[in-house]
Design a protein. Structure first.
Lengths: 188, 188, 188, 188
C-alpha cells in the first residue's frame, strides 16, 4: 500500500472539483490526527481526500450521496488498493452512524446543516474541517456554529511552484490563485 | 498518543527556527509516505517536524549534530510521549546508518553534501525533501543533484489566516510572507 | 515639488491607517486618469493618497469630516509643498460640490451611501474606487451599486519585499498579508 | 488624451510579454516621479509601460532596438494619440543621449550592462527600475551595481481579482502567480 500512492492518485477518475495537496496538508497538520484516528469524510467526490486520509489514519468512513460520484470513488479506492475506507452511498444531512470520531471533513454545500450531527459523532476535543470556495459560505457557516464548537482557524493557502534550471529561477507564471477556505473547528 | 498533540506541540521548547504546519503539510502530501513508512529527519532542531512525522509514519530516525538542540528535542519528544522516534546526536554529513528509507527530510545548510549518503539510504522510489529559506540555496542544491534523483517539485506556500466574526471578514493584516522553499526529489 | 516626494511622504504625520504604495499604484493604473484629470479623494485621513494623486493629476479635491485628521492632512500638504489639493473639512455624505470629475476615491465606512452623490459628480466614463478592509464591506457595497455604474474589477494585492545580498536571496519573513480590497466602478 | 486610455490600451498590438498594471503601479509609486518628470523607458516592446508613463509625466523617451517591436510601439502610440513619447529605434547598451532624467525603466536582458550609461543620464536622486522575471537575473544585477546607486527595494506583487456577485465571493481560481521582480535603485 502506498508505495506508488502519488503516481496512482494522479491517475484516479475525476468527478467534481478535486482537493489540492496543499489543502489536504493543512487538514493533516491542524487537527491532531494520527495513525490511530478514526475519521469521517463527506462528500467523497472522486475520493482524493478520503484516499489521502486513509494513508495516515486507522480508519476512514466516507459518505457520498450522489450515486455517480460514489461509483467513481469506489473504483478509485479499488484502483489504489485501499482497504481502510468504508464508503457509503449516503446523505450525511440525514445523520451520522459513527461515534467518537477524531475528525470530520466536509466538502459540501451548507455544512452548517451537518453540525447538529457532527457534534454527536465527534469525540470530545475532536476536529471538524469545512472546505468552502466562497467567503460568503464561510460567513454563513461561522454564523451558525453551535456553542459546542470553537473556531480554531480559518485558513487559505497560495502555493507557487518554482522552475529552477540552468539560468532560470522563477515561479510558474500561471496557476491556482484560489482553491478554498478551510474552517477548522474543535469540539469542546 | 496524539490526543492533545496540537495543544502540546505549541508548548514545546524552541531552539532554532521552527517549521510551520503549512510546510509540514506539503511534505506529508507530496512524498507518498504512509503509516508503514520509515523516515529520517535531519537536523532535528527543536523536533517539531520529527514529532509531526511520528504521528503519521511507523518509525522516525532523527539526527541532530548540535548537542544543545539534541537535548531540547529529547525533552520535547518525552513531553509529547512519542515512542517511535529514534533520536541521535549525530552529524548526517558523516553518513546514514539506515537503509531502505521511504523519506529523508533535510532542514540544514548545504543539503547537497548529504545527497551522496541519501541515495544509498533511500529505497528505490523514495523521496527527499530539502527545506531552504534562500533561493540561492535552492539554485546551488539543484546544480548538485546526482543522476540518481529526479526533481519532482520546488514549492513555496503563503498562508493567510482570516478573521470572520460579526461584521468582520478579512485576512489578518500582518504575518508570515515567507518561511522556506521545499525542494522535493525522488530517487529513481 | 516632488523632487524628494518619497523621502518626505515617509515623514508625514499619521492619523488613521495609511494607504500603501501598492494599493495607490492599483488606483493609478486602473482608472484612466492622467495629468489633466480632476479627482476627489475622501476621507483624506493623513492625506497620503491625496498627496500621491496630486503628483500625477491636475487637481485634487479632498474631503475629510473629522477636524483632527483635517488638521493633520493640512500640515502634511504644507510640509510636502503641494499646491494642487483643495482640502475641505467636510462630510462627503452630505453631498459633493464638484462636477465632471474623472475619479472619486473613497477610504471610508459605508461607501454605498456616497454613490448617490458620486453618480452626479463624476463625468460619463469616470471611475470610482472604494478601498475596503473587509470582504463583508465589499459584499454590502456591491449589493448597493446603482444601475449607473459598472463593476470593473475587485482587486487585492500581496506585495513581498526581497532581500538579495551576498549569499541571501529571500523574501522578508514577516510583513503585510492584507491591507484592503479595491473595488473599481465605472460610470456608464 | 487619456479619456478612454484603459479601453484603448487593452486593444494595442502585442509583441513581447506585456507589463501588468500592478507592476506599472509599483513603478509609479516608488520612484518620486510626477507631472514634471522626464523619464526614459527601454526596451519599449509593444509600448505599454511607455504609454502609461506618458499619462503621468511630462516627457517619455523610449528606446527599442528591435525594428519589429519599434514599429508595433509606433503604431500603438499613434492609436493612443500620445504626443509626449519620443520613440527611438536604438540600442540602449550603446549609450543614452539624454541627461538629467528623473527615472529610467529597463525591461530587457542584462540590465547591469546599462548602469554605466544610466548613472550619467540620471539626475542626482533619480531612480532606475529593472523589471526581471528570474531571481537569477536579480542576483546577477545586484552583484553589479556601481557605488553611485543605492538598492532601495526589490519587490514582487501577487494580485488577485475577486468575483463578488449574488451568493459568490471568491478570488478567481486561476491567474498570474508571477510576472517579474522589480529592482528599484536610486542614484546618490
Amino acid at each position: 500500500m502506498g508505495k506508488n500512492f502519488l503516481d496512482k492518485i494522479q491517475k484516479i477518475k475525476r468527478g467534481p472539483a478535486i482537493m489540492q495537496e496543499k489543502d489536504i496538508g493543512v487538514i493533516l497538520t491542524n487537527t491532531s490526527i494520527n495513525k490511530d484516528s478514526i475519521v469521517l469524510d463527506s462528500g467523497t467526490g472522486s475520493g482524493k481526500l478520503s484516499a489521502y486520509l486513509s494513508q495516515f489514519v486507522k480508519k476512514v468512513y466516507s459518505y457520498e450521496k450522489i450515486k455517480e460520484f460514489y461509483e467513481i470513488a469506489k473504483d478509485n479506492f479499488n484502483f489504489l488498493k485501499i482497504k481502510n475506507i468504508e464508503l457509503k452511498n449516503k446523505d450525511i444531512s440525514e445523520g451520522i452512524n459513527e461515534k467518537n470520531l477524531d475528525l470530520i471533513t466536509l466538502d459540501l454545500l451548507e455544512p452548517e446543516k451537518i453540525l447538529i450531527h457532527a457534534k454527536e459523532a465527534l469525540k470530545e476535543g475532536g476536529y471538524l474541517v469545512s472546505y468552502l470556495p466562497n467567503m460568503t459560505q464561510v460567513i454563513e457557516f461561522i454564523k451558525n456554529i453551535p456553542k459546542e464548537f470553537i473556531v480554531e482557524k480559518i485558513l487559505e493557502n497560495i502555493e507557487r511552484s518554482w522552475i529552477v534550471k540552468d539560468k532560470i529561477a522563477k515561479p510558474e507564471h500561471t496557476g491556482l490563485l484560489h482553491t478554498g477556505f478551510l474552517v477548522i473547528l474543535k469540539k469542546k
